[in-house]
Write a protein that binds this ligand. Structure first.
Ligand SMILES: [Zn+2]
Length: 565
């Protein structure tokens, strides 16, 4: 354990009194660009210390004792705080902040220049790196949203930098939530960064932006279910206004962001809410549900693949690519690989007559014909194709599963619908939608259609789900989504950085579960948003047949690992 080293003994002997102070101690207007104090060195000599806005702390180097300087000395007239020896750092902090008390178990820091200080600065001075600031906030749960002169912040000794007798290094080595592969742990880590507070406008979840984070990607897309560009931008604006941020591009790390409670996704809702309780119930089910295992060749597994859109419906379009043909191509590659490498029984819901079930290396123009493989096939060329064909996909898949279940194990049924998204351009990579247990109805009957006559619509247009089936449906689908994302990540394929597994879609103010997974009778069912078309790098990947093949291989690996013993 890093105890209190000899620096401690020195610090006790060092006088920290000031002989002069050119900067106001109380907040003053206008904003001081810097504060300057004169500290007294051990021999009694005065020495200037400056705290400069956004530059940190500088010490006049000329008269500093050698013990305060780095081994190689310093070049300039002023030495930066981080260059100083442990003794030099300790002396500098005591000169700048004579009101701080240093005891064996903690430093009690009193904010002296609220205009110049920030939580980030405190973390960089006392803890070795500004990025440790969330640890500092956790140690000070009252978290005043804006520093005021005289505020007291506790820095436990173990959180101090190594130079000051603690354990924190100058490098940030701790794991970021983004690095955690396990979805539950990642979401819990994100949740731990929130603090529930109240202001004149009511309750909110407070989040302090970390270095390099932006409002729309790190707050809105992570903590809410909002993903479409307009919705994300609108909510980001609303949050900026509430948080007193006038220039979104000029946000500094450590900035407090206030997220209205009603905008929070379920896992981030406050303690005691129904949404959080439901979220925890699903997580518990994910942990206890027995895994369905089969051999690597997936014998006894029934898989239905669905390529989204097609025919008159091209899906999302951006950056010179469109959704339908490209997701169809990936689906064909997955089907071919499954047929070659496994014993699973595989079907597709849709076929492009001009292409057949073949992968293509070049996709030049949108295909205008596609048919859902019902009996007889339904050509996707109508006036309102989505309303009918979206339902026909799950009706057809459920029919295939019900035939399989006469002799096969219902737990070994898997449905995957392939799509691509058009999100905020900053987002990239795969996102997986699973059917949220609370959004799946107890029963649903597709209204009879006067124009569509296919055999599957008879018995297959009604579905029922018990509470247990809904819970297990989400739990199994989440487990599968994790296997899939792990396989993609292991192959270097981008996945959504914030919350790549979601159980609800929020668009234009409405939240819903896509019908293909909402009404799917498969034990495991996901809607895969392969990538984000509005992101240029993702769009380039989509056009690359090598990427599509690589992607299909990773999907097959994910399926195999999901069913692995
Ligand atoms: Zn789509």
């Amino acid at each position: 354990m890093a105890g209190l080293n000899p620096v401690w003994a020195f610090a006790l002997a060092a006088p920290a009194a000031l002989v002069g102070c050119n900067a106001p101690v109380a907040p003053a207007a206008p904003l001081p660009a810097k504060a300057e104090v004169v500290g007294v060195l051990p021999g009694g000599r005065p020495e200037k210390v400056r705290l400069v806005f956004k530059q940190g702390v500088l010490v006049e180097a000329g008269g500093l004792p050698r013990a305060f300087l780095p081994k190689g000395g310093t070049d300039g007239a002023w030495a930066a705080f981080k260059e100083l020896s442990p003794e030099g750092k300790r002396w500098t902090l005591q000169s700048l902040f004579p009101g701080d008390t240093w005891s064996r178990d903690k430093v009690l820091h009193r904010v002296r220049w609220p205009e110049l200080e920030s939580v980030w600065l405190m973390a960089s001075l006392f803890m070795g790196h500004g990025q440790h600031y969330d640890q500092l906030q956790s140690a000070n749960p009252a978290r005043p949203e804006k520093l005021k002169a005289g505020d007291r912040w506790v820095i436990p000794t173990e959180l101090l930098s190594e130079d000051l007798g603690g354990k924190n290094g100058e490098q940030v080595v701790r794991t970021q939530p983004e690095d955690v592969l396990d979805d539950e742990a990642r979401v819990a880590a994100f949740r731990s960064l929130l603090a529930f507070e109240e202001d004149a406008q009511g309750k909110y979840a407070g989040y302090h932006l970390r270095k390099g984070e932006a409002l729309y990607s790190s707050v809105v897309m992570r903590y809410t279910d909002q993903v479409d560009p307009q919705g994300v931008n609108d909510l980001a604006k609303e949050i900026a206004l509430r948080s007193g941020i006038s220039d979104v591009r000029g946000i500094q790390p450590g900035q407090l962001v206030k997220i209205p409670l009603e905008a929070l996704a379920s896992p981030f809702q406050p303690e005691g809410t129904v949404a959080l309780a439901e979220e925890r119930e699903v997580r518990a089910e994910v942990r206890r549900i027995p895994r369905v295992t089969v051999g690597a060749r997936l014998k006894g597994v029934r898989i239905v693949l669905d390529a989204g859109h097609g025919g008159i419906d091209k899906g999302a379009m951006a950056n010179g690519v469109w959704e339908s043909d490209y997701v169809y191509d990936i689906t064909m590659r997955v089907q071919r690989l499954l047929e070659q490498e496994t014993d699973a029984v595989v079907s597709c819901t849709i076929r492009y007559p001009a292409v057949g079930f073949n992968p293509r290396s070049r996709i030049q123009v949108p295909s205008d014909q596609a048919e859902i493989l019902t009996t007889p096939p339904f050509s996707n060329d109508g006036e309102n194709p989505n309303a009918v064909s979206v339902h026909l996909r799950w009706v057809l898949a459920n029919q295939l599963f019900s035939v399989f279940e006469r002799s096969g194990d219902a737990k070994k049924t898997l449905f995957i619908s392939f799509h691509a998204d058009s999100l905020h351009p900053s987002a990239r990579g795969t996102m997986v939608y699973v059917p949220g247990a609370v959004g799946v109805p107890a029963s649903f009957t597709l209204p009879a259609s006067r124009t569509v006559q296919v055999k599957e619509l008879g018995a297959g247009s009604r579905v029922t789900f018990s509470p247990r089936e809904r819970l297990q449906g989400e739990a199994r689908s989440r487990l599968f989504a994790e296997s899939l994302l792990t396989a993609l990540q292991e192959d270097g394929i981008p996945t959504h950085e914030n919350r790549p597994i979601r159980n609800v879609v929020l668009r234009a103010g409405k939240s819903f579960i896509p019908a293909v997974i909402r009404y799917s009778a498969a034990a495991t069912k996901v809607l895969l948003e392969v990538l984000n078309l509005t992101n240029p790098d993702d769009a380039a990947n989509f056009q690359d047949p090598a990427f599509r093949e690589h992607y299909a291989q990773a999907v097959v690996k994910g399926i195999q690992s999901y069913y692995r013993k």
